[in-house]
Design a protein around this ligand. Structure first.
Ligand SMILES: [Zn+2]
Length: 440
């Protein structure tokens, strides 16, 4: 990707997906706008139904999201760990989650005939870890462990690309507290940190009451991006601000205030979920602490998930048009792309190294841009062609070096694709504009 320490487009592995008899993908498999754009523009590639390769641009975006999440988890004393992907199914039997067959679980058997689960979530694994070192002194709590890893679900119909896959990247956190009161405080703190994560991503979201489903526990909230393709239906009461997943309430009246006319129904994509679990897992699996008077107390738990690969696709889904991909600044693989003139053009000899110098200057003056500027060095292509590519890929700031750059005083053409405006700016104005108009 790098030439002389610079990110250069000609070196990026960005294959476009060609749907042919040979490929493992058919047009019917492409069920959403974000999936089509991410495939067409070489962000991801389908490996098998519901499983995707993250290509360099897709992974760059994912890593930006991971950085935001790590940052916010650190602020609430979250400690990052990594649990094994395989969980012994005995733990799931002990927690009661295997009492009935679960169709979505991937299960495997080892050579000694022991059954394992390719984990979709790690409540049992995390609780068993605590249990294996119990009783733990009360001084260690609150304890907040989280991981970012691949999760597995045997979806009947994988669809919408990264939004409903069979293998996906999730951040999951498990919290342990000595009593219900402190566990509720933890729950509030994690919810506030999730609010900050979504504020930083910059896509409009709602937090609604959610169903605890198979997870159990007594309280649950969902974070939803509003989108027509969303599979969840949300009720929002304009009278009292109550909002919930429709699974929890009727469609006609607000269960909180009884209001019937001021109800707003919409569809959403679930991007985060929080559960207050109490002792549902800690009791059967024996995760306890020793209290001040040396008595053993069962730990109180919470479980919190962010669907990271899904958030990427959902962000693209919400912002993009049918033909052009759009990213929130915080997750865009690059924030600025520079287009030097075509090889052999009149401007070429007079603008030698101008693109490289501007690249270096942008990174120097705006340190947050380091690693976020891209040089489209495919100079055998016209500016027009490269401009269309850049626009379609959703780069927020497209800088064009053209005839005006060769004149005195010299100017750059800046295309702000988020605001849909074109500006002619001096170098100083250009740097200032990009600084003012990028959200880091
Ligand atoms: Zn209401």
């Amino acid at each position: 990707m790098s030439i002389g320490g610079r990110h250069c487009l000609s070196k990026i592995f960005q294959p476009i997906t060609i749907i042919s008899k040979k490929s493992n993908l058919t047009r019917q498999d492409v069920t959403s706008k974000s999936q089509r754009l991410m495939l067409d523009l070489g962000f991801i590639q389908q490996a098998s139904p519901g499983c995707f390769h993250f290509l360099p641009l897709g992974l760059k975006s994912l890593n930006k999201l991971i950085k935001i999440v790590d940052d916010e988890m650190f602020k609430i004393c979250g400690q990052k760990v990594l649990f094994p992907g395989l969980t012994n199914d005995k733990l799931w039997k002990n927690s009661g989650r295997l009492n009935e067959p679960v169709a979505e679980l991937f299960q495997v058997k080892d050579r000694h005939h022991q059954n394992y689960i390719l984990s979709p979530t790690h409540e049992e694994a995390a609780t068993d870890l605590l249990s294996s070192v119990s009783p733990i002194s009360y001084k260690y709590f609150p304890l907040r462990l989280y991981q970012i890893s691949s999760k597995f679900r045997d979806e009947m119909k994988p669809r919408f690309g990264l939004m409903r896959g069979r293998e996906f990247v999730m951040k999951d956190m498990y919290t342990f507290d000595v009593d219900v009161e402190s566990a509720k405080k933890t729950y509030e703190e994690v919810c506030e940190s999730y609010n900050r994560v979504f504020d930083r991503i910059g896509i409009e979201y709602v937090k609604v009451l959610g169903s605890s489903g198979t997870m159990g526990g007594t309280m649950s909230h969902e974070y939803q991006f509003k989108a027509s393709i969303g599979e969840d239906r949300i009720l929002c009461c304009r009278n009292c601000n109550y909002s919930a997943n429709i699974e929890l309430c009727g469609e006609h009246n607000c269960p909180n205030c009884g209001e019937g006319s001021n109800i707003n129904l919409q569809t959403g994509i679930e991007v985060g979920h929080t559960f207050f679990l109490g002792d549902k897992y800690s009791k059967p699996l024996g995760a306890v602490c020793s209290s001040t008077n040396c008595k053993s107390e069962v730990l109180q738990m919470g479980s919190y998930g962010l669907g990271l690969s899904r958030i990427l696709a959902a962000a693209v889904e919400v912002l993009s048009s049918e033909t052009e991909m759009k990213w929130p600044d915080a997750l865009a693989p690059y924030n600025v792309i520079i287009l030097p003139p075509k090889k052999g053009s009149k401007e070429e000899p007079q603008t030698k190294n101008v693109a490289e110098t501007l690249y270096t200057k942008l990174e120097e003056v705006i340190p947050s841009l380091r690693g976020n500027v891209l040089l489209d060095d495919r100079t055998s292509l016209t500016i027009g062609r490269r401009f269309l590519d850049a626009k379609r890929t959703g780069y927020h700031h497209i800088v064009i070096i053209n005839k005006k750059t060769t004149e005195t005083p010299s100017f750059y053409e800046l295309n702000d694709t988020a605001m849909n405006r074109q500006l002619i700016l001096s170098e100083e104005e250009l740097i200032d504009y990009i600084k003012q108009n990028t959200v880091f």
